[in-house]
Design a protein around this ligand. Structure first.
Ligand code: GLV
Length: 387
């Protein structure tokens, strides 16, 4: 058993264990992957301010996200096809999150269905939806989420059309995988993954297959998004979704101060500053760079969260210090899941928790609520001079 000390260890194990098409699906950005790369490298531009001789005893990473107690303000982001990284992946990730005390957000494009995850967990989780054309299907998703006792809906507002990730096209991504010569050759090297997959019945998009009408190829993410997603989405429609759900709403995919103000107007309970992990508009700025501008615009009016680029507890601290009340990890937990199943997700959370805790201590902080810009050293060029 290798010694696992950082998320990068889990990523390498994930790559070895999981079929290429699913590993690549998680580890890609769109087009040139500039935004995908900068989501991480921009975190590296920010440095931390070390303080000494400050009492660091009795530290806590406990906090709240949308009024829910969290062991640390790090939620598991909704990630499509998680149940293909490892058999029953969403159930395993949800259980790890529940035991750790952080929120789990289930993707509509999950393999395990809402009902399946609810049956295998005891606490409410969040459910993510896209903005689809089909009102009846949307209403059914909301009803199913309500019946499963979900405590919030995360509406993805940056994916009316899907960004192109070259590898998905080249690999012929589908769930379950289609048997081509290339995919068979690769699957033959992933025996433990394959044996687990053969033992589960969960190999299709559990929230879609048998629920959505008029889907020509239910194994293809690309064809479903092209057919079902609403190109005419506007703020009125988002308001409508909020009414249809009737509970807490988190709007995910805000990358502009003007849009953040609109999100406040439509009554979002929280917004997620996000560029979808660099998977949508390649060339957009990183989430961490946009965060200060969004905080200036709406920080006193709505709870602001951040995703995209977080791979360590230090990244979490930087986002919190710049004003975010919560953060999300996507790839970091998927790496754990693909590496070692539920234990790997727990490991990813433990790594990030330890990094956050030790970083807080060395920055002279004991309480998440006290983190602020005073903990950071931010170079002028971080803010940029974008015209
Ligand atoms: C879906 O939301 C994806 O990014 O693939």
């Amino acid at each position: 058993m290798p010694v696992i000390t950082e998320i990068e260890d889990l990523r390498r194990m994930h790559k070895r264990r999981t079929p290429k098409m699913f590993y690549d699906y998680a580890e890609s950005g769109s087009w040139t992957e500039q935004t995908f790369r900068e989501n991480s490298s921009d975190f590296d531009m920010i440095r931390l301010r070390q303080r000494i001789a400050v009492d660091m005893a009795g530290r806590s990473t406990k906090s709240q996200m949308i009024g829910e107690d969290v062991a640390m303000p790090v939620a598991l982001a909704p990630v499509g096809l998680t149940g293909m990284q490892c058999a029953d992946g969403e159930i395993k990730a949800a259980r790890a999150a529940e035991k750790f005390g952080v929120p789990f957000a289930l993707s509509t494009m999950s393999i395990c269905s809402i009902e399946d995850v609810a049956d295998h967990t005891t606490k409410p989780f969040w459910f993510q939806v896209y903005t689809l054309k089909d009102d009846e299907f949307m209403q059914r998703l909301f009803d199913r989420a309500r019946a499963a006792n979900c405590s919030a809906i995360v509406i993805t507002v940056d994916l009316q059309i899907m960004g192109q990730r070259h590898k998905d096209l080249k690999n012929g991504l589908s769930a379950p995988p289609k048997f081509t010569i290339a995919s068979m050759a690769n699957l033959a090297t992933k025996i433990p993954w394959g044996l687990e997959m053969l033992r589960t019945k969960r190999r299709f998009f559990g929230n879609i297959v048998g629920h959505a009408k008029g889907v020509s190829d239910p194994s293809s993410l690309a064809s479903w998004t092209a057919e079902a997603f609403d190109p005419s989405l506007d703020w009125e429609r988002i308001k409508q979704f909020r009414k249809m759900w009737g509970g807490k709403v988190i709007l995910k995919g805000i990358l502009d101060a003007e849009d953040a103000k609109k999100a406040v107007e439509v009554g979002a309970d929280a917004i997620v500053v996000s560029n979808h992990g660099g998977r949508q508009l390649d060339g957009a700025l990183s989430s961490i760079r946009i965060l200060p501008e969004v905080m200036d615009a709406v920080g006193d009016k709505v709870e602001v969260h951040l995703d995209s680029g977080i791979r360590s507890g230090q990244d979490v601290l930087k986002a919190l210090a710049l004003g975010a009340k919560g953060t999300y990890i996507g790839r970091a937990f998927v790496n754990g899941l693909g590496a070692m199943g539920e234990a790997g997700v727990t490991k990813a959370l433990e790594i990030i928790h330890k990094e956050l805790d030790v970083t807080m201590a060395l920055c002279g902080e004991r309480d998440i609520a006290n983190l602020g810009k005073h903990n950071l050293l931010v170079p002028k060029e971080f803010y940029g001079d974008w015209a």
